[in-house]
Design a binder for this molecule. Structure first.
Ligand code: HEC
Length: 195
C-alpha cells in the first residue's frame, strides 16, 4: 500500500511537471485570466466611452480623427497604470501597429476564431506564455451597431465623408467590410510573470 502511494505521488509529480517551465512554477491560470478580463473590460469601457462622446461632439468623421490621435495613447496610459502591455490586434488591422506579429499572436488568433464559432464557449479568452511573460488574449467582436459606421460595408454603412477621412489617415486600412457580431480583433495583454 505504501509502495502504491509512493508510485501514485511520483506519477502526479511527473505529470504536473510536464507543463512547468524550468525557471518558475506553474502559472495560476484562473487568476491571470481574471486579471486579464478585468483589465480588458476597463480598457473596452474606456475606449467605447471616449468613442461615443467623440461621435456626439464631433460627428463620425471627427471621431475617426479623434481615434487616430487618441486610441494608442489611451491604451498606453492604461498599460502604465496597470503595469502591463495592452494592445488591440487584428488580421485586418486599421492601424499598421496592430498587426498579428508574433507566433503567439497568430496561434491565439486561430484559437479565438474557433472560439467565436463555438457557442458553447462563453469566455472567448486564453493565455499563452513564454519564459518571461504571460500573454492574455480576448476576442473583440463587432458588438454594437455603432461600430459599423467605421468598420462596416463601404457606402452601405460607411458614409463617403467617413470613408474619405479613414483613407487619408490609414492608407493601408484593412478594417472594413465587417458585419455585426463578427470577430473584429482581440485584446492582447502582456503580463510580467514574476510579480
Ligand atoms: C468613428 C469611427 C470608428 C468607430 C465607430 C469604431 N472604430 Fe474601431 N477603429 C477606428 C480607428 C480610426 C481605428 C484605428 C485606431 C488607431 O489608430 O489606433 C480603429 C481600430 C480598431 C481596432 C484595433 C485594430 C485595428 O484595426 O487597428 C479594433 C479592435 C476596433 N477598432 C474595434 C471597434 C469596435 C468593436 C467598434 C464598436 C464598439 C469600433 N471599433 C468602432 C475607428 C472606429
Amino acid at each position: 500500500m505504501k509502495h502504491l502511494f509512493f508510485v501514485v505521488s511520483l506519477m502526479a509529480l511527473i505529470s504536473c511537471g510536464e507543463n512547468l517551465s524550468k525557471t518558475r512554477g506553474e502559472i495560476d491560470k484562473t487568476a491571470l485570466l481574471a486579471k486579464g478580463d478585468s483589465i480588458a473590460m476597463i480598457a473596452q469601457k474606456t475606449l467605447v466611452g471616449k468613442l461615443t462622446s467623440a461621435i456626439s461632439e464631433r460627428g463620425v468623421p471627427g471621431a475617426v480623427a479623434f481615434c487616430n490621435l487618441n486610441a494608442m495613447p489611451l491604451t498606453d496610459s492604461l498599460s502604465m497604470s496597470n503595469n502591463v502591455g495592452i494592445q488591440r490586434l487584428s488580421d485586418k488591422n486599421r492601424n499598421p501597429a496592430n498587426t498579428l506579429s508574433s507566433i503567439h499572436d497568430k496561434e491565439a488568433w486561430t484559437k479565438i476564431q474557433k472560439m467565436m464559432a463555438d457557442t458553447g464557449i462563453k469566455d472567448k479568452h486564453l493565455l499563452m506564455e513564454d519564459k518571461n511573460s504571460v500573454y492574455y488574449y480576448k476576442a473583440i467582436p463587432l458588438g454594437m451597431p455603432l461600430c459599423l459606421n467605421c468598420h462596416g460595408q463601404k457606402d452601405k454603412d460607411i458614409a463617403p465623408d467617413v470613408f474619405k477621412i479613414i483613407s487619408e489617415k490609414y492608407p493601408q486600412d484593412k478594417a472594413i467590410g465587417y458585419e455585426a457580431g463578427q470577430l473584429r480583433g482581440m485584446w492582447k495583454i502582456k503580463m510580467p510573470v514574476n510579480e
